[in-house]
Ligand binder design. Sequence first.
Ligand SMILES: C[S@@+](CC[C@H](N)C(=O)[O-])C[C@H]1O[C@@H](n2cnc3c(N)ncnc32)[C@H](O)[C@@H]1O
Length: 216
Amino acid sequence: MKKKPIRDGKAPAKGMDVSDEYADSYGETHKKPIDLEYAISHSSYLLLDGIQDQYELLDIGCGTAGYWRLMGRWKQIVGLDYSKKMLAVAREFVDELGLRNVELVHSSFRDYDPGQSFDAIISGTFGHYDPLTKEMLDKLNGMLRPGGVLVLSFQTPKSVRHALHVLLRRDRLFRYPGEFVSFMTRNGFDLKLTTSHAPRISFFGGNYSCFFRKRP
Ligand SMILES: C[S@@+](CC[C@H](N)C(=O)[O-])C[C@H]1O[C@@H](n2cnc3c(N)ncnc32)[C@H](O)[C@@H]1O
């Protein structure tokens, strides 16, 4: 099979060292056999693959992308990451697993111009790495087809202290789940499903994958 080179886009000079450092250990997690725990921790991808067929997916911050081994019904996947090291490990997985119609792009989301639209976009980077601004959401919106699925993660505060810190911040567009959902609703997205990897419901330290549908 002809190997596609990693497409070079723009990526910032700073901030990549951290993810570069984790590339090998993330990569190792995808070499183990698939068990329940593994499937649950990457369940957003399983769901995306189950609810669509022959879809075009943009995976922002794909890292080593080894979890793509859980999927199989895509027409095209574009994996975007600003860490070259992560993408080098991803490249090995893609070749080893013989995954077809996959493109790896070295770029930050901010500087990325795909020149195409997608049926689904998934990213765990907003909120965690970068705040989700109106500008970023507009950019995501512009890349997604009407009726398309956007999966974003939302973290609840880690402690009471952290909750107070978040609530007092005036520079955030949203601070708690209700504000996040109304921000998305105001901007053309309906929340359809929320999943969590945690085996219990807890007030603090939750990490939720939120499945939004772009209004047709
Ligand atoms: C938690 S890691 C994902 C790891 C992946 N799930 C795996 O198993 O390898 C998040 C990734 O997002 C990338 N990232 C964060 N912000 C980004 C941005 N604005 N543009 C592109 N990549 C970004 C980081 O380089 C990192 O590889």
